[in-house]
Write a protein that binds this ligand. Sequence first.
Ligand code: GLA
Length: 377
Amino acid sequence: MTLANTFTALFSGNPEIICEAPGRVNLIGEHVDYCDGFVMPFAISDRTFAAISRRPDRKIRIASVQRRNEIFETTLDDLKPTAAGKWERYVCGVIWAFGDKITSGLDILVDGHVALGAGLSSSAALECSVAFGLNELFETQLKLAQLAKLAQRAENEYVGMPCGIMDQSVSLMAQAGSALLLDCRDLSTEQIPLDLASAGLELLIIDTRAHHALVDGGYAERRASCESAAAKLGIKALRDCSISQLEDSRSKLSELEYMRAEHIVNDIARVHECVDRLKNNDFVTVGNILTKSHASLRDLFEISCSELDLAVDASLANKSLGGRMIGGGFGGSAIALFKIEDINQAKQAIAAAFKASGFKEPRFFTSLPSAGARITS
Ligand code: GLA
């Protein structure tokens, strides 16, 4: 059954609009978005679809194909950040963040194809598919960067996850065939062509299927350390610090703050270096940059885990040009750059290494850089 048919069966009436927004892979620049840094993610082909209709009253009904179309009900007047709930909070949060621009009740049916918990930003895909649709339906005319901020606000203030702006930005602003170089301070962007195939390469995405308990608290704790480091250095954000300035100010920071800040300052520099190397088709150096970023996330930022380390190590032991964990950390996915002809053998070796370590069987994906949110034609 198509999404429109399921919507009709569930809510009666046809959806007025169906929109879609993708998940993402972050090539380089991890945990630097909330430090006003630069990041370079790209949108994956997996996406979330939202079928939406306005209602004549103020009732809100939300359902998901993945939750067997069970209907969650509330009203426009009952949307409050403290509202308890599950996945539907991401949708409620987006409606809430639009404020009085949303003037009627809504029926929303979501169909999510971004793997949950894989660190591929299924939550931003969900938020952005709904935000894009509401922007169209209510003619609110928000630009994509404004919509990204709105979706981030939904997640920060309504859901209570202190995420940065990367995931929502790329889900909305990505273009097929390019990675998105994003300045997280002013949300200016540059599309960086990413045509790995013509260089005989492919980026393997390895979902470790590990989810460690630290995820939420660990993320907030890292963010807090970076903010306290910036405050002690007397700067707005760690983006405003060079590595030599950081070294000179070492005594102002605790050992832990210094480690976190060292990762941030170096990873922002790695983003610029990576852009430069990509423009020169120097994929060997790109691979090395990815591997250095992983070591920094593991040793200085301390957000890797055994499964992610194994995914990277087993890739490197099987001819990868380089790889690293991606996303918030403590589980989820890693990426590794390979020559196309080496990928199959590497997948088998990585799977065997996971088995030998007693880990869950990893899932492998690849994805070309895909388009951002749009109306589903
Ligand atoms: C999560 C957050 C992003 C970003 C990454 C780490 O995906 O949602 O804002 O901080 O972690 O780079």
